[in-house]
Unconditional design. Structure first.
Length: 97
């Protein structure tokens, strides 16, 4: 069963260019993961400091591989200095049948 979620966070004022570049780099890496189906970062049109990242992985194992990747850990450690929250807020999604 696929693992689907969105992650959200709010960038601190002045950190917008840094986080935008970090997201570009992370997106390239995550999209190369064999179990990743989608990794789509967005910002809210009315508030571009608010990020939403829609993610889909093949299954639990693929998601576990994603969160254990060293580049993800480096990203999250660096991101912590640039966002309002303590970390990304994750919302798990399920299909409507």
């Amino acid at each position: 069963m696929t693992k689907t979620l969105y992650a959200e966070f709010t960038v601190k004022p002045g950190s917008e260019p840094v986080v935008a570049e970090m997201m570009r780099e992370l997106s390239e890496q995550v999209r190369r993961e064999p179990g990743n189906r989608l990794f789509l970062p967005y910002t809210r049109q009315s508030s571009p400091r608010e990020y939403f990242v829609f993610e889909v992985y093949d299954d639990e194992a693929a998601f576990e591989e994603h969160i254990s990747a060293d580049y993800g850990a480096r990203f999250n450690a660096k991101l912590a200095d640039h966002i309002v929250e303590d970390g990304s807020v994750l919302t798990w999604l399920q299909p409507v049948n």
